[in-house]
Design a protein around this ligand. Structure first.
Ligand code: DP6
Length: 355
């Protein structure tokens, strides 16, 4: 290995990372962001965060991070990013030599109520890990292995926000240990290679039932699982459902997919409703949409189903072939519940990428 005595004084990198939607939910954690059960998600395509990181050699007491969101300086949004950089710097002290200017934008409205921590944290982790790669490669000229690079991004994304570690990989990802030789609690595992063709290009229509900010943060919700009366059963169920989901994704069994995805969504909210203190995050229209989806599925045989994250918005998942029918269903039957509701047409995507 040729060691050059050279550390770049400044540099830049730009990354895009998507949100993801969990099919089997991560709800409950221990230690340093270790999930209490494994989870599986589809990676999205259109709901993404784009982040540019510029770094400069630190001078005196100059600010270490200026964080801009949608072009405006937002120190409060930058706190979580600052914490993530500090975490990465624990193992990579070279970061302490630099100041940062980070500019982020989302393709989806910030106020849409769509969880943005997965896309935001993974885009930022990708940028910082790429910065480290650039610095190291300038020093020793050894190119990084691509799989190792992605695993590092996933590892540090997880420390920023658990679900973010799944956004790195195309189409579908697993996070959490299923058995000693399958899955890891430290980073996500790509699932694209096992996906049945019927699950390719799967669609996700996100109906924004309520665009206000969440009344309970995910982190607090996870905490409530520590004393929850149903926690043991839930964690066992999360593991079992992950095992079944992996088989479903392999075999293309869409009716079992629908069954697990909907029960996982309802179980997540059942946990919130029965925690102490308890939270009801669904709204009357969340329930109305769920009923409409089930009725439409029964009447039309279109294999659509719903899932929810920790909020009132409804994700409608369905195969690509039914795109026109589902669009018509949403525009006629769903939006009529409240014509002010918006919806976002999303679908499976390719994961974190450099732009
Ligand atoms: C309901 O990943 O947002 O979306 O690790 O505390 O940042 P932190 O939590 P977060 O939790 C996501 C919860 C969920 C389910 C899921 O995505 O698996």
């Amino acid at each position: 290995m040729v060691i050059k005595d050279f550390t770049p004084m400044a540099g830049t990198t730009q990354w895009e990372s998507p949100s993801n939607i969990a099919l089997v939910k991560y709800w409950g954690k221990m230690g340093n962001q270790i999930p209490r059960n494994p989870s599986v998600s589809f990676t999205l395509q259109n709901c993404v965060t784009r982040t540019q990181i510029d770094w400069f050699e630190k001078k005196g007491n100059s600010s270490e991070l200026d964080f801009y969101f949608e072009g405006k300086l937002k120190p409060s949004f930058g706190q979580r990013i600052q914490k993530l950089i500090a975490t990465i710097a624990e193992q990579n002290t070279v970061l302490n030599q630099y100041s940062f200017r980070i500019s982020s934008t989302n393709t989806f409205p910030h106020s849409s109520g769509i969880a943005s921590s997965a896309s935001a944290m993974s885009a930022c982790a990708a940028g910082i890990i790429d910065m480290l790669r650039q610095i190291r490669e300038a020093q020793d000229s050894n190119p990084w292995d691509e799989d190792y690079f992605k695993q590092q991004i996933s590892f540090y994304s997880r420390l920023g926000s658990g679900s973010a570690c799944r956004s790195i990989y195309p189409n579908a990802a697993l996070w959490g240990e299923v058995s000693p030789d399958l899955g890891s609690n430290l980073w996500a595992t790509p699932l694209d290679h096992l996906l049945h063709d019927d699950f390719r290009q799967y669609q996700d229509a996100i109906v924004i039932v309520d665009d206000s900010t969440k009344s309970v943060s995910s982190t607090m919700g996870h905490g409530l699982m520590n004393q929850h009366v149903f926690s043991k059963i839930r964690f066992e169920e999360g593991l079992r459902n992950t095992e079944t989901m992996l088989n479903i994704l392999r075999t293309g069994d869409i009716s079992s997919f629908i069954d697990i995805v909907e029960r996982e969504a309802l179980q997540l909210h059942a946990m919130m409703m029965t925690s102490n203190p308890s939270y009801i995050l669904i709204k009357p229209n969340t329930l109305a949409i769920i009923e409409k989806i089930r009725q439409y599925r029964q009447d039309s045989n279109v294999p659509l189903c719903f899932t929810l994250d920790a909020g009132p918005n409804v994700h409608i998942l369905y195969p690509f072939a039914f795109r026109d029918k589902v669009k018509e269903f949403i525009e006629t039957e769903i939006i009529e519940l409240n014509p002010k509701m918006n919806w976002i047409a999303d679908e499976m995507g390719l994961g974190t990428k450099q732009i």
